[in-house]
Design a protein around this ligand. Structure first.
Ligand code: GTP
Ligand code: MG
Length: 197
C-alpha cells in the first residue's frame, strides 16, 4: 500500500469553495500538535506535503490534497490551542462544523489522539460532536514510538472504556508513529477498502 501521486489542490476557510465533491474524501483532525501533518506526510510518502510546524495552531485552513487522482485527503486545522483568541476559536468551530456536517463526499473522519495521554476533555467532546451528528469516524493514536507498546495498549484500553460509557461501540482505530512509519499500511488499506465500496 502506497500513494503514487499526491497533489496539493487548494486551501479554504469556506467549505462551499472546496473542490466539487465528486471523489471520496477523508479528513484528518485532532488537537493542535497531535501530529496531523506528520501523519499525512507519512501516509503520502512525501516529506513536506503538509507543513510540520514547531508552532502549533498555525494551520487555520481546510487543505485539500488529491491522492492518486482518486480520493481527497483533507488536513483540517488543529483544535484546542490555548494561545489563539476566543474569536479565532469560535471561527474555527463554525468553519469546521460547517465543513464536517455539509460535506457530502466525506467517507471517514480520522480523529488523531495522542497515545501518551489519558482521555482529554476536548477530544472526548469533539468525538461526541461527531456522534451526535452521526458522522463516520475512526481514531488514530499517534506518537506510539514515544513509549512502550504496553503503555500504548493500556492507554488505548482506557480511551475505549471511557468512550463505551456513552457509545455503543468503539470505532475502527489505529496506532501510528510518523518517525517509525507505523500504521501506514493499516490506514491506507482501510481507506482503499472504503474506496472500493
Ligand atoms: P498543528 O498543525 O500545528 O496543529 O500540528 P500537527 O498536529 O500537524 O503536528 P505536527 O505533525 O506538526 O507535529 C507536531 C510535533 O510532533 C512535531 O515536532 C513533530 O515532529 C512531532 N511528531 C509528530 N508525529 C510524531 C510521531 O509519530 N513520533 C514522534 N516522536 N514525534 C512526532
Ligand atoms: Mg499541522
Amino acid at each position: 500500500n502506497s500513494i503514487k501521486e499526491a497533489e496539493f489542490i487548494i486551501s479554504n476557510t469556506d467549505h462551499s469553495k472546496c473542490p466539487a465533491p465528486d471523489l471520496p474524501e477523508y479528513a484528518f483532525i485532532g488537537r493542535s500538535n497531535v501530529g496531523k501533518s506528520s501523519l499525512i506526510n507519512m501516509l503520502s510518502g512525501r516529506k513536506s506535503l503538509a507543513k510540520i510546524s514547531g508552532k502549533p495552531g498555525k494551520t487555520q485552513l481546510i487543505n485539500h490534497f488529491l491522492m492518486d487522482k482518486s480520493w481527497y485527503l483533507v488536513d483540517l486545522p488543529g483544535y484546542g490551542y490555548a494561545k489563539v483568541s476566543k474569536k479565532v476559536n469560535a471561527g474555527w468551530g463554525n468553519m469546521i462544523n460547517n465543513y464536517l456536517t455539509s460535506r457530502e463526499n466525506l467517507v471517514c473522519i480520522f480523529v488523531l489522539i495522542d497515545s501518551r495521554l489519558p482521555p482529554q476533555k476536548i477530544d472526548v467532546e469533539f468525538i461526541d460532536f461527531l456522534g451526535r451528528n452521526q458522522l463516520p469516524l475512526s481514531i488514530i493514536f499517534t506518537k506510539a514510538d514515544k513509549q512502550s507498546r504496553n503503555k500504548t495498549q493500556q492507554n488505548v484500553a482506557v480511551f475505549k472504556k471511557n468512550m463505551l460509557n456513552t457509545w455503543d461501540e468503539f470505532p475502527p482505530h489505529f496506532i501510528s508513529s510518523a518517525t517509525e512509519e507505523k500504521g501506514k499500511e493499516a490506514i491506507l488499506g482501510f481507506i482503499e477498502q472504503l474506496n472500493e465500496h
